[in-house]
Design a protein around this ligand. Structure first.
Ligand code: GDP
Ligand code: MN
Length: 387
């Protein structure tokens, strides 16, 4: 789950990381009021969307007074902001953050992320902040430095100093830098973050360090113990299909192919996708309907699969261990009926009451092809999707 910049900065503040003063506004009148509260002079108006590169897309504007702020807000609020990090349809701007302006001497890059390879939190820094870090990584990788925090030892002073020297910070700035890193690391351990990116972390003209931006990604699997964070979810920023999936407890990811996959179990789903690929097809999605699959969830899963892209065939691969295959078959038939499905469904069921399930599918009168063998099922789906 992603947080907005204003939410990330509020969390920074809670963990003793200094941030510029700022206030949220969701209407033009509110923007005027916020500018007044911040002194009535210069402010930065920042569109709040779950994507970076807003600056280049016109989503971050420095303004001189409340009138200019109102004009910028008027142009942004209620629109879709398209940046290189969003899809072509962009993301809705429902609010803007009105922030005190900062005088920038240098722009640095700082991020922290869970590094699965090293099984710990990694810190990444670069003196080349404010720009696309992927480009820095590609063209001048020596301008990026990575450091790993040992989970038992925690963040060490020497690590702060080494990174600080690399960034060309002064002694006093390294102290501030240490405080920022310590705060961010606590956000990882206390709030279950999985990624935080501050780009740019600036050196101000009066020589202090200040995060100007904040992207924070929280671990979905830990949200159950982070009610404060979970309550900050902004569904308007999430893809429709993935939002519906999360509502029905389905693990779903949209992909680019044309064979819809409905599988129970993440491992089986991966294996099914591999088989589709092996036989020359492309999966349209990853979908794990979970262990205790019900008729209703099968129906929701079918709706999801068919709601996106141009799916030409659906491959169902369900192992009925906890659930019975005949119930799944009934679910498939009900879903095909309800959705008014026109494309073929290849269904491979295995497990409890499998004979009864196959019989139901074969006699349904719909374009459902029961398969006994997984390879055959994948081959059939690939053939049908290509036809
Ligand atoms: P992003 O484009 O979505 O990453 O949004 P940022 O919050 O990083 O803002 C983009 C750029 O706007 C920054 O890299 C800065 O150069 C500039 N910017 C943001 N806030 C201020 C500010 O307070 N003062 C000045 N001078 N520039 C700012
Ligand atoms: Mn940024």
């Amino acid at each position: 789950m992603n947080l907005h910049e204003y939410q990330a900065k509020a969390l920074f503040k809670r963990f003793d990381i200094p941030v510029p003063g700022g206030l949220l506004a969701s209407s033009v009148d509110e923007v005027r009021a916020r500018v007044a509260e911040l002194g009535g002079g210069k402010t930065v108006i920042k569109a709040q969307v779950h994507a970076g590169a807003r600056g280049k897309a016109g989503g971050v504007k420095l303004v001189n007074d409340a009138d200019e702020a109102a004009a910028v807000a008027e142009a942004l609020l209620g629109t879709q902001l398209v940046t290189i990090q969003t899809g072509p349809e962009g993301l809705p701007v429902n609010s803007v953050y009105v922030e005190e302006p900062s005088a920038i001497a240098r722009e640095l890059y700082l991020s922290m992320l869970v590094d699965r390879g090293h099984e710990c939190v990694a810190i990444m820094v670069s003196p080349d902040g404010g720009m696309d870090i992927e480009k820095v990584a590609e063209e001048t990788p020596e301008r990026i430095r990575t450091m790993y925090i040992h989970p038992a030892a925690g963040l060490q002073g020497y690590q702060v100093r080494e990174l600080g020297f690399f960034l060309g910070l002064s002694g006093a700035q390294i102290k501030e830098f240490g405080k920022i890193l310590a705060g961010l690391y606590r956000i990882f351990t206390d709030c279950d973050a999985s990624l935080v990116e501050i780009n740019p972390l600036i050196v101000t003209e009066d020589d202090h360090l200040l995060p100007l931006d904040g992207k924070l990604n929280m671990d979905d699997n830990a949200l159950f113990r982070q009610p404060d964070i979970a309550a900050q979810r902004d569904e308007s920023q999430e893809e429709e299909a993935e939002r519906i999936a999360s509502k029905h407890d389905l693990n779903y990811v949209t992909l680019e192919g044309n064979i819809g996959c409905m599988v129970n179990g993440a491992g089986l789903a991966m294996a099914t996708m591999d088989l589709v690929k092996l036989h020359g097809g492309k999966p349209a999605n990853f979908l794990d309907v979970g262990g205790g699959t019900t008729k209703e969830r099968v129906a929701e899963a079918f709706k999801l699969i068919t709601s996106t892209g141009d799916v030409k065939a659906i491959l169902v691969n369900i192992f009925g261990g906890i659930v019975r295959c005949d119930l799944i078959a009934e679910g498939i038939i009900a879903a095909v009926e309800e959705v008014g499905l026109k494309i073929p469904v290849v269904a491979r069921l295995e497990g409890t009451n499998v004979e009864r399930g196959r019989e139901l599918l074969a006699n349904s009168g719909y374009n459902i092809i029961p398969a006994t063998d997984l390879t055959m099922a994948a081959q059939t789906a690939v053939k049908l999707a290509a036809a």
